[in-house]
Design a protein around this ligand. Structure first.
Ligand SMILES: NC(=O)c1ccc[n+]([C@@H]2O[C@H](COP(=O)([O-])OP(=O)(O)OC[C@H]3O[C@@H](n4cnc5c(N)ncnc54)[C@H](O)[C@@H]3O)[C@@H](O)[C@H]2O)c1
Length: 425
């Protein structure tokens, strides 16, 4: 660990800062909503006197969130929410150009990742921005006494919210937390269009393969799955969907995709993408029946969607073909299974994550959620909360304004009509 501008940090190479700064400023151009919030925060300082830990993918977009939070007056520390998603130049610039302590190195070991979580918790934060709930889980499991210091937390992703709900049921969620993912201006756009585009970007950057004409299997037709399927079809792939939810499966059928069980899809897929937030959705038996050269990757939050432990056991030691591309030879059949990004989020491991324009709305939600927690300190019940719907609408309105798009408003006659029951045929 080192120190510069009197902040502690653990980044790969502080010398990368100037490249990182240039990229952070490039992303900022596509983040007009967050810019407006940053400017207001700079005037009003609504977060003064707070200590915040943000566990997030350390990308150019997150850097712009950190700038907004800093403008609001908080002391923020940043740590990675995934060992493979850090952009090392961005981490360096945040330390060197903005004096924000960052503990994140692309490719860090699980031990280093966990050490960074604990170092951040040593700062005794009042607010935690989490992405996957690893920080909160560590806090609750290891530092029970510190939990009462929390004003509240926010959660970025679907998987983290699943864990928060499990904490609520277990009776250990004793503070308010805001489910940022569940805001409409988050998951409608980030999970669908962000993951849709950036997942394919990750697959293509890692392999340089052509998608047209290939059977691309999307495992899970939730918000992320819909985005991946939509964009893959746009590039000419024959998309197959697997699901466990009957409603989502019907939706995929009506959207024009083939739907079948994973055991069947495993035998015909050329490329597989998991986006379920669930465990071992592609298992050993599925790997065993794949075509020679099948490409498998994950864009769900954790790296356990693919059962790589089983694949390792049934294969010879993997050969590294290119960065983020490993080839496993299944001993029993001799067929090769290509795994991308070690089964971690492929859009962040091999590409740059979501485009800034979509993260603009997600991170506007994060910044406003933090402000909401501080404003309502001591008045929110423990448990999982949503941001008020008018905040969602305000973020969408600001986005439209930034895009130069105007929409209609209800006339007085229409307001009266939709509120009445007398008028019919
Ligand atoms: N890569 C990224 O940048 C990114 C962005 C947003 C969310 N995420 C993560 O992606 C994952 C999915 O998020 P989401 O918002 O789409 O969730 P979601 O709940 O909308 O969708 C998940 C879908 O997976 C299905 N599913 C569960 N188990 C399955 C199984 N065994 N086989 C087939 N389908 C199964 C569910 O029925 C559901 O339809 C989560 O882990 C989330 O945290 C990643």
């Amino acid at each position: 660990m080192s120190a510069t501008r009197s902040v502690e940090f653990d980044v790969k190479d502080i010398g990368l800062a100037s490249q990182g700064k240039q990229r952070i400023e490039w992303a900022e151009r596509e983040m007009p909503v967050l810019r407006l919030i940053r400017e207001r925060f700079a005037d009003e300082k609504p977060l003064s006197g707070t200590k915040l830990v943000a566990c997030a993918h350390i990308t150019t977009e997150t850097a712009n969130l950190a700038r907004a939070l800093q403008a609001g007056g908080t002391d923020a520390i940043l740590i990675a929410s995934n060992p493979l998603s850090t952009q090392d130049d961005v981490a360096a610039s945040l330390v060197s150009d903005w004096g924000i302590p960052v503990y994140a190195i692309k490719g860090e070991s699980t031990d280093t990742y966990n050490r960074h979580v604990r170092t951040a918790l040593d700062s005794h934060p009042d607010i935690i921005i989490d992405d996957g709930s690893d920080v909160l889980a560590t806090l609750i499991k290891e530092r029970g006494d510190q939990v009462k210091e929390l004003v509240g937390s926010t959660e970025e992703t679907t998987t983290g919210i699943q864990r928060l709900k499990a904490m609520e049921i277990a009776g250990v969620l004793t503070f308010p937390t805001i489910a940022v993912n569940d805001a409409q201006t988050k998951h409608f756009f980030d999970n669908r269009y962000g993951t849709g585009q950036s997942t394919l970007d990750g697959i293509i950057r890692a392999t340089n393969i052509l998608l047209a004409g290939r059977n691309l299997v999307v495992v899970g037709y939730g918000w992320c799955g819909k985005g991946v399927a939509l964009r893959a079809r746009g590039m000419g792939a024959n998309v197959i969907v697997t699901e466990i939810d009957a409603i989502k499966a019907v939706e995929a059928v009506m959207d024009g995709f083939r739907v079948m069980p994973i055991a069947e899809a495993a035998t015909i897929g050329d490329i597989f993408v998991t986006v379920t937030g669930n465990r071992h959705v592609i298992d050993g038996d599925h790997f065993a029946h794949m075509k020679d050269g099948a490409i498998v990757c994950n864009s769900g939050h954790f790296d356990l969607e693919l059962n790589l432990v089983a694949l390792r056991e049934m294969s010879a030691p993997p050969a590294k073909m290119r960065p983020f591309v490993e080839e496993y030879k299944v001993k029993a059949t001799g067929s090769r299974v290509i795994v991308l990004g070690e089964g971690r989020l492929i859009n962040l491991a091999a590409a740059e994550g979501h485009p800034a324009s979509v993260m603009d709305m997600s991170f506007a939600n994060q910044a406003l959620s933090v402000e909401y927690l501080v404003k309502h300190k001591g008045r929110l019940a423990p448990g999982v909360h949503l941001l008020p719907p008018e905040v969602d609408t305000e973020i969408a309105s600001l986005k439209l304004r930034a895009l130069g798009i105007s929409i209609d408003t209800l006339t007085a006659e229409q307001i009266e009509y939709i509120a009445s029951w007398e008028t019919g045929t």
